[in-house]
Design a protein around this ligand. Sequence first.
Ligand code: GLV
Length: 320
Amino acid sequence: MSKPDIIVPRVMRDVVMRGLAEHFNVHKPYEAADPFAVMAELSQTIRGAAVLGQKVDAAFLDQFPNLEIVANFGVGYDNIDAHDCSARGIMVTNTPDVLTDEVADTAIGLLIMTVRELSAAERWVRDGSWKAKGAFPLSKATLSGRKLGVLGLGRIGKAIAKRAEAFGLEIHYHGRSKQKGIAFPYHATLLDLATACDTLMIVAPGGEDTHHIVNAEVLKALGPSGIVINIGRGTVVDEAALAEALADGTIHAAGLDVFEHEPNVPQALLDLENVVVLPHVGSASVHTRDAMGQLVVDNLVSWFRSGRAVTSVPETPQKS
Ligand code: GLV
């Protein structure tokens, strides 16, 4: 039987490229002088796509009328119009679970870095200030006694909450609905959550529903000892409002792994001392990225073998 034709619009990790090559005719338009011409030529042939940050919108889907599945590298899939895929009967998969612990560990690391000013403390050693000026100034904040509001208590949010509980933090949460079997206090609105807490852990996905929901009003509710950590998506935060709140003392500090227009980070944030910035490394270990890559391959292989995806997204549920 001939191998199904798969498109990989952008190069992906070795584990993905090797795995796909074993099972599929893999098309890599990025290697061609004119990628758009290649995509047009392949229009009728392509049955699957493996994507990494690639925008999968109506224009993309229109190009490939015989597309059956889009396998996303990453748990967040705001790059994909999953509702449109659902309407067209196209399966969408992502890479949950295999990255949960890595992202939760990074979130806690970023929280502590931010609260205790650890990146500034490291710079103090490297730039000779320790020798020249003496001890690093005491951090104004402490982790002790903080009330952590988790925005988005999904798999990753729960893993973060579990770790934070072990650190003695009081956990609250907000999401679309109150969850059964969860003892943490639920807040029906984000504003209520921010009012009840002094630390906001953003784990929410991107997309229209969450666009800029962390705004000036929410930041004000967190208060002057407030700390914002974002490990979800940059689009959830109004970055201009955040920079202003950090500059004028409305909140104390922020630790950000994600930004609205990556890899561009607003200068207004970079200019501030009370911000820790990371280059979207939540899941970025070789171990975890390989596991995510393998799951991309497994989803495509399983789909073309049995018509079943391994990890379908809620908008395109696997039919039993
Ligand atoms: C990373 O941001 C992911 O969505 O997996």
